[in-house]
Design a protein around this ligand. Structure first.
Ligand SMILES: CC(C)(COP(=O)(O)OP(=O)(O)OC[C@H]1O[C@@H](n2cnc3c(N)ncnc32)[C@H](O)[C@@H]1OP(=O)(O)O)[C@@H](O)C(=O)NCCC(=O)NCCS
Length: 147
């Protein structure tokens, strides 16, 4: 079966949000509304990818940077297509895009109970950090949503 990796565009949005909502381990929030994803893709061109097979979207990765570090979100592969190296390919493409603009370190957030996700990332050379915690602050923004 042929798997194609393509740049994530808003044409993929509906299939992507359906996959994210159906995938335990992917946290969906107001930051995944169409306008927010459009803003993200415009800020980080050529860094987010989809995997396509048999005419359907079967995998995603969102990737961007803040000028200093890269960040990856929403890595998901449809259950019918796992263990075929698809997430590995998506990760490779995202990291290559960061490297191409001079970003040499990338972080991601993962739920501590997501052992499959942790095993996957470790298998492709990522280190699980025990020395940092995440702190977050929510703010009202002009459109009334938070992200
Ligand atoms: C994690 C996930 C993205 C992996 O996708 P995938 O396309 O199956 O991953 P790959 O085929 O590229 O796996 C590469 C390697 O990771 C490891 N791995 C992946 N899934 C694994 C599993 N369920 N159990 C053990 N090892 C696993 C293996 O070493 C695998 O190599 P192998 O198949 O040759 O043994 C997929 O399981 C998924 O969508 N999970 C739910 C969402 C999620 O947890 N995303 C990550 C949150 S940041």
């Amino acid at each position: 079966m042929e798997i194609t990796i393509a740049e994530f565009t808003m044409d993929h949005y509906e299939a992507a949000i359906a996959l994210w909502k159906a995938t335990p381990g992917v946290g969906v929030s107001s930051a995944d509304e169409p306008a927010a994803i459009r803003f993200y893709l415009e800020r980080n061109p050529g860094m987010s990818f989809v995997a396509l097979a048999e005419g359907r979207l079967i995998g995603t990765i969102l990737c961007g940077h803040d000028g200093r570090r890269g960040y990856i979100h929403h890595v998901a592969v449809h259950p019918d297509y796992r263990r075929q190296g698809i997430a590995t390919q998506l990760g490779d493409r995202a990291l290559a895009s960061l490297k191409a603009v001079g970003i040499g370190k990338c972080h991601l957030f993962i739920f501590p109970q997501n052992q499959t996700g942790i095993t996957f990332w470790e298998s492709i050379g990522w280190d699980l950090r025990e020395d940092v915690r995440i702190m977050s602050k929510f703010m009202e923004v002009d459109d009334g949503s938070s992200c």
